[in-house]
Design a protein around this ligand. Sequence first.
Ligand code: MTE
Ligand code: MO
Length: 551
Amino acid sequence: MTHSRLPRLRAALTVAATGALAGLLAAAVALGIAQLVAAAGGPSGEPVIAVGGAAIDLTPVPVKDFAIQHFGSNDKTVLIAGILVVLAILAMASGIAARRSRGLGLAGLAVLGALAVAAALTRPKAGPADAIPAVVGVIAGALVLLLLVRAAAPAAAPAGAPSLLTEPSAAQPPPSPGGSQPRPGMSPAARPLTRRRFLVTAAAAAGVAAAGVAAAGAAAGQVLLRRFSVAASRARTVLPAARVTGPAAPRGAQLAVPGITPFTTTDGSFYRVDTALSLPQVPPEQWRLRVHGMVERELDITFADLLKRPLTEADITLACVSNPVGGPYVGNARWLGASLAALLREARVRRGADQILSTSADGWTCGTPIETVLDGRNALLAVGMNGEPLPVAHGFPARMVVPGLFGYVSATKWVVDLEITTFSAQHAYWVQRGYSAQAPIKTGSRIDVPKPLAQVKAGQVTVAGVAWAPHRGIGAVQVRDGSGPWHQARLAAVPGIDTWRQWAWSWDATPGLHQLQVRAVDGTGAVQPSQRVPVVPNGATGWDTIAVTVT
Ligand SMILES: Nc1nc2c(c(=O)[nH]1)N[C@H]1C(S)=C(S)[C@@H](COP(=O)(O)O)O[C@H]1N2
Ligand SMILES: [Mo]
């Protein structure tokens, strides 16, 4: 690099660096202020949450599947982090643009603000007020950007301007510890002043940003507080005993095999899948369920009404359509709830209706076949899970549970509305995004022990796991080593056909590398298909296969 180019490059870098810093600070202030304003009106207007929610709804299904499968329950954290990184990059770009042209920089901020406003306004249940946090935030951010850019402006003009943010080159003497010593090539009066002014303004903005972040913290605290209050009313909730008790899980439901998936999944280890970035906080005192649409008699019931109805307790296995072969998105709990069929009979469904379109407190929708709910199975409006009120993450105060149907067509958490309608008139959330309207849970089976790629000693090795075909039941489970013959596994006891079933097989393992495979036969005699199909549009199929080394 020639001697004359270096200073110009350094000047350009200075412009870029101060611009980027100004953009970042402006965005931080915008965000902090927006969070603060949002805290006053409830978390629905929080720009990052709104943008995140909109992103979830707009994400193409394959991308969402990728996220669920690769990040699992961390998918939401990854999404928020991603949004913040993108925001930071765009903010820095706006700041750099503002060093060239203020209008351009402001336009960049305005675009970011418009995106946040659009996201806030298109959230389900959003009102015009939900745009306020983003608007106020962007105005604050724009002021900070203008201030900083004005403060830094003269630095762009003369060549040889000192870099604020890069190490001084060896060609120049290091600045004195005070930092304001004039350097060769600088106009002694203007440079340090400009620099100091920028630093002072930057420090002030940083202070405002810090205050904003603190405000955001306070806002988060408030949300937590509100969450805490729902936690408190959950703790106060006393559920009546079941009037109808399904057969208790028999003692033989749990095989004595270390490492096997327990028959009953604890609340804490139950998988969670939903589109909610912040958990809906629905106080039971305010909860209402409306049953309307193609009915003779509309119903509007309170939580107290719900608890007065005869409650049923039953073991039911829930599975997610996004569960890959061998995957974790399936769980079994003991649910307590009121009969959905009885509720529909009370409302008197009109001829021609075939779908219950249920809606959650946060606007998610789900379509369930009326025929299935009325066919005698334990379709529940559930209030309890494993002997306790539903955890907030699993739908407190009330959710649906229908044995045999994938969660996205049956298991609405935080349910507040049941519209009786038809499948041709209304399309639920995931159906709008390419999933099937009808989605019974497909027969599945999984090897839990040994673990994939485990090393085991030659001799008798227990191979074990779970298999499920809710509301058809599991008739048999078969295991094979490589392409050898299928062996019948021993089956654990089950309380009925609505749960998964543990199985175990004693394998005479010989040294070498082996491939173990499992398949189930459901209660109707249908063998789990070997063909591998993806999750979209109505659930994966294929046999779980693991490799183990025997020594
Ligand atoms: N309100 C609401 N309910 C919902 C969903 C959702 O996104 N929002 N997801 C459904 C899906 S796809 C599944 S698999 C189950 C998962 O229930 P869980 O999180 O209690 O395991 O909830 C269902 N209920
Ligand atoms: Mo799901």
